[in-house]
Design a protein around this ligand. Structure first.
Ligand code: GLU
Length: 484
């Protein structure tokens, strides 16, 4: 049988890292097993779904390089691939279940259901549907309709059975039907199918062989299995991937930082770093080599080796990986990524060829130390503003002793210099130390501090030519005023 997997996100929020990891596992399964990957948009929750969130799903998957074979934008034999376009299909199966006595119309109002829930909580029971509408007569139904009640459709959950399945990651799972909340709604009163119902029909009609999703769905699986059985469908193989945790070992959420993948893109994390990092959440290659290209990951990936323990989202590891991929990137690529940050910060407007060449030199100074590209906004700030801020804590320790003498003589030399290049600056600094008799730290630190405001950073011979005469003179004057 042909292997087919699917990624089935709901466009009800900016796509979460956990969902992207599910997409990635489906992708890696498909590419390593020769399976087809289907993208299905589960947009039946009308109030929470939006086209904008759907667009983000496409955007982030494309960014990461997760390609699918069939989907809303890729015609296939089993479409449409958006649930909102498949309502007629679900309706037909719901009718079938009613006819066969496996489902029924429920006219309970939200108020009645709330009251039931309150009472079961009072009794200390797990809330479950009372079954009030299970055996309505035709007359009772007509009466409810006359009252203007809109029915939902409930599927009958049998009492006292154990539903079991073998999960590819979690192993054997057995769940008692009594814990499932009673007869479940499969079609809401607005006519929309619920997730547990639509998913079974779609996975069956789309010929999905393996369902790979987050373990937060594990309690949905027995409900779905009952529907498979009722409709006479053969269930797929299930694999529930362990949820990603934050550093405090609770489910990864906004409290831990960014959970929308696009926030990482926007900060200048590279897609290959993210792809590599996410692939290692719950999986590791046999040779334990962690830095891998997409092709290497696909080659080494083995779905049977996914661990069942919950992985922790370790931002430091991501930073380390991203730093590696930034180092491996061309300067041009990093400059192109940095330009929007520089524009946003008001550092630059339009970039002509000359500015681009200059930016390349500036970015090169920091490139290999970056965790993510947006860090350049702070790190390279001194190259853009005329003014810089001097670190007050350092001021007195650095601008003392011979500092005035150093700055004055340095200023004079720079003023008269025609060509400020790496070479000429190197010569100048050497010459000046001899001439004024101040050497080493006592010489370099006041200059560095005066022109950068800090006591560390890239080498002076690199910084000075890139800053240019005007900025240097302005800053030296400013620092000298701090002394006097
Ligand atoms: N729409 C569901 C979700 O995003 C899909 C779950 C599944 O893969 O079955 O959680």
């Amino acid at each position: 049988m042909e292997k087919r997997v699917r990624f089935a996100p709901s466009p009800t929020g900016a796509i979460h890292i956990g969902n992207i990891r599910t997409a990635l596992f489906n992708y890696l399964f498909s590419r390593s097993e020769g399976a087809k990957l289907i993208l299905r948009i589960e947009d039946t929750d009308l109030t929470r779904s939006s086209k904008d969130f759907e667009k983000l799903i496409f955007k982030e998957l494309n960014w990461l390089g997760i390609e699918w074979d069939e989907g809303p934008d890729k015609p296939g034999d089993y479409g449409p691939y958006r649930q909102s376009e498949r309502l007629h299909i679900y309706r037909q199966y719901a009718e079938q279940l009613i006819k066969e006595g496996k489902a029924y119309r429920c006219y309970c109002t939200p108020e009645e259901l709330d009251k039931d829930r309150e009472e079961s909580v009072k009794r200390g029971d797990i809330p479950r549907y009372s079954g009030r509408c299970r055996h309505l007569t035709k007359e009772q139904e007509e009466e409810y309709l006359r009252q203007g009640r809109k029915p939902s459709i409930r599927f009958i959950i049998p009492d006292d059975v154990i539903i079991a399945f073998d999960d590819m990651i979690k192993g054997r799972i057995e769940i008692k039907s009594d814990t499932l909340g009673g007869d479940m709604i499969i079609v809401k009163s607005d006519g929309m199918p619920t997730y547990n119902f639509a998913v079974v029909i779609d996975d069956t009609l789309m010929k999905i062989s393996h369902v790979i999703r987050g373990e937060d769905h594990i309690y949905n699986t027995p409900k779905q299995l009952l529907i498979y059985e009722a409709l006479g469908f053969k269930p797929p193989v299930f694999a529930h991937a362990p949820l990603i945790l934050g550093p405090d070992r609770t489910k990864l959420s906004k409290r831990h930082g960014n959970t929308y993948i696009g926030q990482y893109r926007e900060m200048g994390y590279l897609p290959e770093a993210m792809f590599n990092f996410l692939s290692l959440l719950s999986w590791s290659p046999e040779d334990n080599v962690e830095l891998m290209s997409k092709d290497e990951i696909i080659k080494k990936f083995n779905f049977n080796k996914i661990h069942s323990a919950n992985p922790v989202f370790d931002i430091e590891k991501l930073n380390w990986m991203n730093q590696h991929y930034i180092q491996m990137s061309s300067v041009d690529r990093i400059v192109d990524l940095a330009i929007p940050y520089f524009k946003e910060a008001g550092y630059i407007k339009d970039v002509d060829d000359k500015t681009y060449e200059w930016l390349k030199k500036v970015v090169s100074l920091f490139k290999d130390g970056l965790h993510y590209v947006a860090e350049l906004k702070d790190k390279a700030k001194m190259f853009f503003d005329d003014d810089i801020e001097y670190d007050d804590n350092l001021k007195d320790d650095i601008l003392c002793g011979d500092a005035m003498k150093v700055l004055k003589s340095f200023k004079e030399e720079i003023e008269n210099m025609e060509d400020i290049s790496e070479e000429s600056v190197k010569t100048l600094l050497k010459m000046l130390q001899k001439k004024i008799g101040v050497k080493g730290k006592a010489f370099f630190m006041p200059i560095r501090f005066a022109i950068t405001g800090q006591d560390h950073g890239p080498e002076l011979v690199m910084i000075i030519p890139l800053l240019g005469k005007q900025k240097i003179l302005y800053r030296i004057d400013k620092a000298m005023k701090l002394i006097s």
